[in-house]
Design a protein around this ligand. Structure first.
Ligand SMILES: *Cc1c(COP(=O)(O)O)cnc(C)c1O
Length: 405
């Protein structure tokens, strides 16, 4: 009998007891809205912002309703205009181009490399367009590009960078935390990310005026004085009459759930990496399968793992997906022609124009993706790797590879 995995790829850990207790306190007093405080009380939301800013080493932090809202708010705070072209990754998730489209702006895609990071040669060409002012950089699935080179390219072209850190909360490039290179760092606290409040987002920045705009945009009315990780009042004086309220606040219940998770983040990142390493080691040297080698400068958080079945025919990839699924291992494929569940491709977002990107298409066609929730043990991860390895090898052999593929 072949081994079978019975774990659930979408089951996260429970909320820490301290978060449950704090949430019950909020529910019992009923003051869920962040500006609904008793005399002398400091809202959970304001405390979360202060603690997350400190954890990231940022001057300012804003808690929001979702990760997608942090992206759209960052774009609005940089005064991106309708019709404006905004650069972003071709390999990303739908809320990223969606945030750009929500302003009536137009996503323009930059290619992906075999390292699954943004193609910096392609970026260098595309920042040459004088109408481009902003790059919304997605550290998709936690892969961080050479941030020194990326910032040099963007700085030289006068292009501002917003970092989508939905998969890199706690990760670093050469010691600098992801989210600390660009004007804004954007995080999601949706259930499948590194902290879990169901829905939610955190936005960080050191830029006075951009953050003052973001806070007004989030729906602070004129209560920004109650924030603990906000620019000084005089900065708001400069922007408060000209910045619309777009209402995308976080509430005290979610903030209460998240505060203990900020403290646990480093430890959680280590737990992910222990699991990631076991799967990575188990997959290395499988014929036909390309492991994504991580650069030494990148301190990633392995909350998911990707590998490539590069230049495999679709039929063979389909066979691997089916055979793994039959043994309880759920792989996601970014190469499918039709968008499925969370995976979709730049050319399935038909509200924006696309140019042919053959080099990117080749990579996307081969990307296999799998979550590694912390409810999996290290032994589970070893079993998962054995199953993938065996099924990839079986299909590879049946296909008569490598000669005929
Ligand atoms: C989840 C995610 C987002 C958006 O976060 P939500 O909180 O779901 O709005 C943005 N970018 C990437 C890459 C994501 O995975």
């Amino acid at each position: 009998m072949s081994e079978r995995f019975t774990g659930n790829f979408t089951q996260q850990e429970p909320i820490p007891e301290a978060g449950i207790e704090a949430a019950l306190t909020v529910l019992r007093h009923g003051r869920l809205h962040r500006y609904n405080t008793a005399p002398g009380e400091i809202a959970e939301t304001a405390l979360l912002e202060q603690e997350f800013a400190q954890a990231m080493g940022a001057d300012y932090c804003l808690a929001m309703a979702s990760g997608g809202q942090t992206l759209a708010t960052a774009l609005r705070a940089l005064e991106v205009k309708p019709g404006e072209k905004v650069l972003t990754n071709a390999f990303t998730l739908a809320p990223v181009p969606g945030a750009i489209a929500s302003l009536g702006a137009v996503p323009a895609y930059v290619g992906v490399t075999e390292a699954l990071t943004i193609d910096l040669d392609d970026l260098e060409v595309k920042v040459g367009d004088p109408s481009v002012r902003v790059l919304l950089l997605s550290h998709m699935r936690g892969h961080i590009c050479d941030m020194d080179r990326l910032m040099a390219i963007c700085d030289a072209a006068g292009v501002k960078v917003i970092e989508d850190c939905a998969h890199t909360m706690g990760a670093r490039w050469k010691g600098t935390l992801s989210g600390r290179h660009g004007v804004f760092g954007c995080y999601s606290t949706q259930t499948y990310k590194h902290m879990n409040s169901g829905e939610g987002g955190l936005l960080i920045s050191d830029d006075d005026e951009a953050m003052a705009r973001a806070i007004i945009l989030s729906g602070s009315y004129m209560l920004y004085g109650r924030h603990l990780a906000a620019p000084p009042a005089e900065v708001f004086e400069r922007v408060k009459y000209t910045t619309p309220n777009v209402s995308a606040r976080m509430d005290n219940l979610r903030a209460a759930i998240l505060r203990p998770q900020v403290k646990a983040l480093a430890q959680q990142c280590e737990a992910w990496n222990a699991r990631y390493k076991v799967v990575e080691d188990g997959l290395r040297d499988t014929p036909g399968l390309t492991v994504i080698e991580r650069p030494e400068a990148e301190h990633y958080v392995g909350s998911s793992i990707q590998f490539l079945l590069l230049d495999w025919p679709e039929r063979a990839i389909g066979a691997v997906l089916e055979r793994c699924a039959a043994r309880g291992v759920e792989l996601k494929w970014f190469g499918g022609a039709e968008p499925v569940a969370f995976t979709s491709r730049y050319d399935s977002w038909r509200y924006a124009p696309v140019e042919p990107m053959p080099a990117t298409d080749r990579i996307l066609k081969g990307i296999m993706d799998m979550r590694l929730p912390l409810t999996f043990s290290v032994e589970d991860c070893a079993l998962i790797a054995r199953i993938i390895r065996a099924e990839v090898a079986a299909v590879w052999q049946a296909e008569g590879a490598p000669q005929e593929i």
